[in-house]
Design a protein around this ligand. Structure first.
Ligand code: NAD
Ligand code: ZN
Length: 249
């Protein structure tokens, strides 16, 4: 395994444009449960149902009381972990050019990454469904459910619900980065939720090497020949970046 980490360190230290694609798994070590897998939100409720835009439009109070209350509780306490910090170090070293994330927790920005493309928006902001006003989640009274804007309209999180399209600018920029990179680091994503799962395929077709970090095998490993590191992100990423720092010193 240490040979594999050294090998990846060598490959990255020779690269010009690394892009990371991250999913819920990278934030697990910050105490945010993923949807799938042990301890996942899936065990409490079905995110595809409760997190679907249809459900929110029909009964926003129900969604605020369940999924949103749960997310808010964990997100407020969460801080970047060793994996987020390692990706910020990889940017400072000049290798990592962008992070495409499916997460809504803002932890990549908190760790110091400056170009974060958010596929599914961010829970830190709310949008009024009537007047479109945006307000920081921490500045909204969430004891009244559903939370309301001064205009009387109901606030929704500035996140993409199931059944909604990815914001166009995020989609366009991600595709550009997937085409431009010579290495894509795929960290903590089960690579099932489309269209994010398509990004490694675009990168692969454009000639990039794909390095995957996940304690569990994913379908991606079968689809394209990824370099697969079967470890937790908080263990593998700092080790890889330590290795690169030693090489470029
Ligand atoms: P997922 O829940 O489907 O899968 C998580 C993946 O992370 C799994 O493959 C799992 O094996 C892996 N994993 C678990 N622990 C890990 C660790 N310590 N290190 C590395 N990998 C680990 O997540 P997904 O594919 O990202 O899709 C679910 C969707 O739900 C996302 O698109 C996102 O929008 C949303 N979501 C976001 C957050 C967040 O913002 N932190 C949390 C839960 C869900
Ligand atoms: Zn309003």
């Amino acid at each position: 395994m240490n040979d594999l980490i050294s090998e990846i360190g060598r490959i990255i230290s020779k690269s010009k444009h690394v892009v990371a694609l991250t999913g819920a798994g990278i934030s697990v070590e910050s105490g945010i449960p993923p949807f799938r897998g042990p301890g996942g939100l899936w065990e409490k409720f079905d995110p595809m149902e409760i997190g679907h835009i249809r459900t929110f439009m029909k009964d926003p109070a129900r969604v605020w009381k369940t999924l949103m209350a749960e997310m808010r509780g964990v997100l407020e306490k969460a801080r970047p972990n060793k994996a987020h910090i390692a990706l910020a170090r990889l940017e400072s070293l000049g290798f990592l050019k962008a992070v495409i994330t499916q997460n809504i927790d803002g932890l990549h920005q908190a760790a110091g990454n400056t170009d974060v493309i958010e596929f599914h928006g961010n829970f830190a902001w709310l949008v009024c469904m009537d007047c479109g006003r945006r307000k920081e989640t921490v500045r909204v009274d969430l004891d009244t459910i559903p939370p309301r804007c001064e205009c009387g309209g109901i606030f929704r999180p500035d996140c993409v619900f199931f059944g909604e399209p990815i914001p166009e600018d995020a989609m366009v920029r991600s595709q550009q980065e997937a085409q431009a990179c010579d290495i894509m680091l795929v960290v903590g994503t089960s690579a099932i939720v489309q269209p994010a799962a398509f990004m490694p395929l675009i990168a692969h077709q454009s000639g990039a090497k794909i390095i995957e970090i996940n304690p569990e095998p994913t379908p991606l490993k079968e689809q394209i020949n990824t370099i697969f590191v079967q470890k937790r992100a908080g263990e593998a990423l700092p080790a890889i970046v330590d290795e690169i720092e030693r090489m470029v010193d």
